[in-house]
Write a protein that binds this ligand. Sequence first.
Ligand code: HEM
Length: 152
Amino acid sequence: MTQTQSFLPPIRSARPAMTLEMMQRTGLSEAVLTDLVHSFYGKIRVDPVLGPIFAARIADWGPHLDKMVDFWSSVALMTGRYHGAPVPKHAGLPVTWAHFHRWLEIFRETAGEVCTRAGAAHVIERAERIARSLHMASQDAHRAEGSVPNLK
Ligand code: HEM
């Protein structure tokens, strides 16, 4: 084990070597991702536009925050800890791109506050990509709801 590795706290991962390399490169760790998720949703919950959408669907925030730490450790550090399916959870939400834009604004701000510069760039790039694909999925779902009947 090198000197640098010995300073990094352990993290549960299905791919420990790859995860360790990404931690070293980005400065991200279990503690930083936990801080990112908790700080981010702390802001989301009091946001006048996004807060009510979450409040109507999440009664118990503890399990949601744990799930989101697993999600971000999977996305940012390849730990393989998240096994859910985000697309169907977002497909029926009453949202447009303006909501995703606001979500990203709060995410970028929080990442800048709690991550190193490289860590923030790393998670923001992934959040932007996932937001675009969740937005497309939600648009498709809205279109399917309002589509005209299939006349032969
Ligand atoms: C307009 C923006 C967004 C809104 C309003 C929103 C809202 C929500 C809500 C209400 C849930 C809980 C759903 C449920 O348990 O029934 C949820 C779950 C989740 N969201 Fe979002 N979200 C947004 C954007 C995003 C983005 C950009 C990401 C990823 C970068 C994301 C990742 C997730 C994940 C991983 C879950 C957990 C899904 C599961 O249960 O496995 N969300 N979101």
